[in-house]
Design a protein around this ligand. Structure first.
Ligand code: OSB
Ligand code: MG
Length: 369
């Protein structure tokens, strides 16, 4: 297969509600849609980076630059047989995982489409539906958080994740448990604590949480291991796991017992699959994380989450949890039982509403071989 045209689009979509974590608030998702044309078929990918370097150092701006100057030139006009070969074209380029991921996803999508395979089948997925949860941002009041949780539980979501930070943690979790009893519940701190907070975090052990996600800094595998030794609750790492190799090290060090796999954070579907395999060999559960993706990134996440090691509900909520109108048709819809069907049509498995996408496009660049 040979990619002879790449289109980049910077797209902005307003979230239904602002999303607040310990690192800040996102009220409008800005992202890059990558479209590739290869052997007469089209493939789509999504760069998950946020406009500001809050979650990771990447931004939509850095991703655009790296795609335009390095990644697109590295792949345009090159011959390949299978999309897992595509990351080799930029093996010598450091970092910028989310930028790489958008382009590699588009290559997978085009290849699957060309083979008449769904993305899930192309990746080796084994499930026809995946269990999903919802990630709820920090709210202005506990009452508002309880309302939201009640609403998402009524819709059928299989687990609730709440964002925490110092001052919005133990007492909030206590209230949630008091109102909703033993629902599947977890928390995500997005690196808001240090090891000096260990005795405070130990108090979370009283609530039977499924896991505590990323309490400490991104580069703190050693401190996470020290913290995990003090807690009964499993730690799950998100930001810290940037490759299959860092996942192996984290599990072997005891820095976590569970891994959140975000395809963008690890640099694309090939690396995400490797990380899945490393965790599976070690008996560690994984689940699919989210970056408030549009339907394009969400379709890729559904395919990834259909792999056998994804045994916990993912942060892959329905389109209507984020958007008034999604760019895929039909939108991503959740069944009443808290599962989302994995599309089985060729390629992405959803149609992209090209006209609507065009109307949301702030900037566009075309590269042809
Ligand atoms: O830490 O998992 C995170 C969103 C943006 C950046 C980081 C995170 C998140 C989420 C939302 O938790 C997950 C989703 O519903 O897409
Ligand atoms: Mg997280």
């Amino acid at each position: 297969m040979k990619i002879d045209r790449v289109e980049l689009r910077l797209v902005a979509m307003a979230l239904k509600e602002p999303f607040t974590t310990s690192f800040g608030t996102v009220d409008r998702k800005e992202f890059i849609v990558v479209t590739v044309y290869a052997d007469g078929v089209r493939g789509y990918g999504e760069v998950a980076a946020l406009p500001a370097p809050l979650y990771s150092y990447e931004t939509t701006g850095t991703a655009w630059l790296v795609l335009e100057q390095f990644l697109v030139p590295a792949v345009l006009g090159r011959e390949w047989c299978h999309p897992a070969e595509v990351p080799r074209f930029w093996k010598h380029l450091r970092g910028h995982a989310m930028a790489k991921c958008g382009l590699e996803q588009a290559a997978w999508c085009a290849w699957a489409e060309g083979q008449g395979l769904s993305l899930a089948r192309a990746l080796g997925g084994t499930r026809d539906r995946v269990e999903v949860g919802v990630s709820i941002g920090i709210q202005p009041t506990v009452a508002r958080l309880l309302d939201l949780i009640g609403d998402y539980l009524d819709r059928g979501y299989r687990r609730i994740k709440i964002k925490i930070k110092p001052g919005w943690d133990v007492e909030v979790v206590r209230e949630v448990r008091r109102h909703f009893g033993s629902i599947p519940l977890m928390v995500d701190a997005n690196s808001a604590y240090t090891l000096a907070d260990a005795s405070h975090l130990e108090r979370l052990d009283d609530f039977g949480l499924m896991m505590i996600e990323q309490p400490l800094e991104e580069d703190d595998l050693v401190d996470h291991a020290a913290l995990q030794r003090r807690l009964r609750t499993p730690l799950c790492l998100d930001e810290s796991i940037t490759s299959a190799s860092s996942g192996r090290k984290a599990l072997d060090l005891g820095s976590c017992r569970i891994i959140n796999i975000k395809v963008g954070r690890v640099g694309g579907p090939t690396a995400a699959r490797e990380l899945h395999d490393v965790a599976r060999e070690r008996g560690a559960p994984v689940w699919c994380g989210g970056m408030l993706e549009s339907g394009i990134g969400r379709a890729h996440n559904l395919a990834l989450a259909s792999l056998p090691g994804f045994v916990l509900p993912g942060d892959i909520s329905a389109s209507d949890r984020y958007w008034h109108r999604d760019i895929v048709v039909p939108p991503v819809v959740m069944n009443r039982d808290g599962t989302i069907p994995v599309p089985d049509g060729p390629g992405l498995g959803f149609a992209v509403d090209e006209q609507y996408l065009e109307s949301l496009t702030l900037k566009k660049a075309v590269f042809a071989h």
